[in-house]
Design a protein around this ligand. Structure first.
Ligand code: SAH
Length: 358
């Protein structure tokens, strides 16, 4: 605990750490629990305003600590209502978080790392390389900052997907620390079933997650129908081949009514043929699985092209005929570079200027 450092951020500390913090300031542990509720349940942002804490504790806290969310440095609003937030962290690293409103709910797409080390050939975040892991506080900070910017009231219905920048299973300790605070009824109170971690297929991380009773839903980025094709698209497949990956999926415990979720980005002429669809169905045979088909979101730096709609539909049909539920995921925020795999800290392009700062 950095009790001596002025301006140390309280966001990211869990219940136990806050209890110890209270004790280090000569207070009983329950004062720390009060602070926990204030931070995450009520989303208070000013230590001096925490009038349920005794004055003396408040003053001692205010002398050394603060409640700081990432700073909204830029915001790009899509025609479809989604928005990409550029957030600046305390060390000036920038990350992105995407806000996606739907009729009945809001989904936030969170980053787990600044940049990414996984190097998938079709992904724009990969072009950045890995800058660093995010802390639990920075992961929570994304939810808190966007909820504040959007005036999302505590306990309104929120879905979270770890599909922004980074590979969550390569930062599992911090991701799971954040998830525990996010799901805790005394914390942000977001149900586990509304949180999804998406992975490029980090097998040891999947096995570790499988043992954690507080695990959120897991989605696997499959993206290919055989080993060779997958290695070409996702070099991580050399380390964790498809065969092992599917083994780890089979071992992964499902809750009642839950299915294994596979994401499949359709790349024209590369992984979108009838033969690919048939092979995918074969790979997943006997599993309680569903497939989310993601139309590729292109960009100038990479040469892949999205599959034409009739290919996407044919692919879906072939899976369905083989009893694999397949859904076409409509990409949100394409016009603002906020769609799947497009996060790359790119500034504004034409047309975005008008929407900034609004
Ligand atoms: N590292 C994690 C989470 C981030 S990527 C993972 O790999 O799952 C989230 C999803 O976006 C993945 O399914 C990935 O395959 C997909 N994706 C990446 N680049 C994309 C692009 N340009 N167009 C469409 N989907 C993309």
């Amino acid at each position: 605990m950095n009790a001596g450092i002025s301006g140390h951020n309280l966001v990211g500390l869990d219940r136990q750490e806050l209890e110890r913090l209270a004790q280090s300031l000569g207070k009983p542990a329950y004062r720390g629990r009060q602070l926990y509720r204030a931070l995450y349940h009520r989303r208070e942002r000013d230590v001096a305003a925490l009038t349920d804490l005794d004055r003396n504790f408040r003053q001692a806290l205010a002398a050394h600590y603060e409640i700081t969310y990432p700073d909204v440095q830029g915001k790009f609003i899509s025609k479809d209502g989604s928005a990409r937030y550029l957030l600046r962290l305390q060390d000036n690293t920038t990350i992105e978080t995407v806000y996606m409103p739907e009729e009945e709910r809001i989904t936030l797409c969170l980053s787990s790392q600044a940049g990414c080390a996984v190097a998938c050939r079709f992904c724009f975040t990969a072009l950045l390389g890995l800058q660093r892991n995010l802390s639990a506080g920075e992961i929570l900070g994304q939810v808190l900052a966007v909820a504040k910017a959007r005036e999302i009231a505590p306990r309104s219905r929120l879905n979270l997907v770890f599909m922004g920048m980074g590979e969550p299973l390569l930062n599992l300790t911090q991701v799971m620390k954040a998830v525990r605070i996010l799901t805790d009824p005394q914390g942000l109170g977001i149900p586990l079933r509304r949180i999804t971690i998406s992975t490029a297929g980090i097998v040891p991380g999947m096995r570790e997650l499988a043992r954690d009773p507080g695990r959120p839903k897991l989605a696997i980025s499959l993206n290919a129908s055989n080993e060779e094709q997958r290695t070409e698209l996702m070099p991580i497949n050399r380390k964790y081949p498809l065969r092992e990956l599917l083994g780890a999926c089979r071992d992964y415990p499902l809750r009642p009514r839950e299915r294994h979720t596979f994401e499949y980005v359709l790349l024209s002429g590369f992984n979108d043929t009838d033969a690919d669809a048939v092979r995918v169905a074969e790979l997943l045979r006997g599993m309680r699985a569903k497939v989310n088909l993601i139309p590729y979101n292109p960009g100038s730096e990479l040469h892949y092209r999205p599959s034409p709609l009739e290919r996407v539909l044919a692919f879906q049909q072939l899976l369905r005929e083989r009893d694999i539920p397949a859904y076409i995921r409509i990409s949100r925020g394409q016009d603002i570079g906020a769609a799947c795999g497009q996060l790359r800290l790119e500034g504004m392009r034409t047309g975005d200027l008008a929407s900034q700062g609004g």
